[in-house]
Design a protein around this ligand. Structure first.
Ligand SMILES: *Cc1c(COP(=O)(O)O)cnc(C)c1O
Length: 374
């Protein structure tokens, strides 16, 4: 099946009692166990609503198995604490999601896990590998400047040494990038973004092979970050339209990127689909679409707060991936705690903004940007 069809059909559970074609919402937290052959329980991650979504996500990411979590961070933290033991070492990019960065620096010392943050490129990752490195953790494209890392090159470097590679695939979504197909071992998602897609649920997922998921499942039962049936059902419904949504969002992002690149009030535009983007060649090689996030820097004459306040349709808001276009200032949000000097060194000035394309008509989005810049 093609991905559009998988979105609609994979994992659907036909209700044996009514023959309804949608997965019913099973709210039970208590299940009879005599003669059932299975002990179902929400925190065992094995109820029908959890399993229906996992099956759909496995089909979309070409994974053997997966687990759903109550947030992206629950998925990420449980994955790290499964794959790493005391004394192990992990290599990470310096441009990673702020919450993941905080988790590492707040928690790893007490577990005795060592880590190094390196520049976002495969060779830097390769040179940071030590004898006790067990995991390489990457994000591509990154937040907020959409830097790319060559995933098959990282896979090559890791395979020689038996190191597992984990990718946070949130920004690309399963529609625009399928890392398990190109040698990555584990995919994590913040389902709060493109999987949910309507800015109204919080969830996460991990996808991999049977062996790795079995291990993560054991830790997940201990930590307990499971997702409830009602949210599973909302997520399942959202996933049915994911290809339509993300394809439109990606097309809108490409058009906005071209508009911004040619606008006199814009100093710089970052979008993997632009020929001018440093990661364009890598993006063409490893992505199915260039994604729906665009970053840009306003020219010296335009004040960023003034610009954000003038927008009428595009909402200045945290988070991303919803059907409505949103925009945020990383300097005031995700990178707020970073000293201004360090922030500017990685290119995140006060004038850099991050745009998340929605599914609105491109003319309306462009007109809003144009009037706010004018
Ligand atoms: C939002 C986000 C997360 C964290 O997900 P939550 O659902 O908020 O816990 C992780 N990685 C990336 C890239 C994100 O954008």
């Amino acid at each position: 099946m093609k991905r559009e069809t998988k979105c609609v059909h994979s994992g659907n559970f036909i209700d044996p009692a009514t023959k309804g074609i949608n997965t019913p919402i099973y709210t039970s937290s208590v299940y009879k166990y005599i003669d059932s052959g299975k002990q179902s329980y929400p925190r065992y991650f094995n109820t029908p609503n959890q399993e229906a979504v996992v099956e759909k996500l496995c089909a979309l990411e070409s994974a053997e198995a997966g687990i759903l979590f109550s947030s992206g961070m629950a998925a990420i933290s449980t994955t790290f604490l499964t794959l790493l033991d005391k004394g192990d070492h992990v290599v990470l990019q310096d441009e990673i999601y702020g919450g993941t960065h905080a988790f590492i620096i707040n928690q790893f010392d007490k577990f005795g896990i060592e880590y190094d943050f390196v520049k976002t490129n495969a060779e830097a990752v390769g040179s940071a590998i030590k004898d006790h490195t067990r995991v390489i953790y990457v994000e591509s494209p990154t937040n907020p400047l959409l830097t790319l890392i060559d995933l098959s090159r990282v896979a090559e470097l890791a395979k020689e040494k038996n190191i597992l590679i984990v990718i946070d695939n949130t920004f690309a979504s399963p529609i625009n990038q399928n890392p398990l197909e190109i040698g990555i071992d584990v995919v994590v998602h913040s389902g709060t973004k493109y999987l949910g897609g309507h800015s109204d649920i919080c969830c996460g997922a991990v996808l991999s092979n049977n062996n790795i998921i079995e291990k993560i499942h054991k830790t997940a039962v201990d930590f307990g970050g499971s997702l409830n049936a009602v949210t599973c059902s909302l997520l399942e419904r959202s996933l049915k339209t994911m290809s339509l949504r993300v394809e439109r969002q990606t097309e809108n992002a490409m058009n906005i990127a071209r508009f911004l690149e040619n606008h006199p009030q814009i100093a710089q535009t970052w979008y993997p689909g632009l020929e001018s983007h440093t990661g364009h060649a890598i993006a063409k090689k490893q992505m199915k679409g260039f994604g729906a996030m665009v970053a840009f820097e306003l020219s010296r004459e335009v004040d960023s707060i003034h610009f954000l306040k003038k927008l009428k349709l595009i909402k200045p808001a945290l988070s991303l991936g919803g059907i409505e276009s949103t925009i945020c200032s990383p300097a005031l949000t995700s990178h707020k705690k970073m000293p201004a000097e360090d922030r500017e060194k990685i290119g995140v000035t006060d004038k850099v903004l991050r745009f998340s394309a929605g599914i609105e008509h491109i003319d309306d989005i462009t007109a809003d940007m144009a009037q706010a810049l004018g």
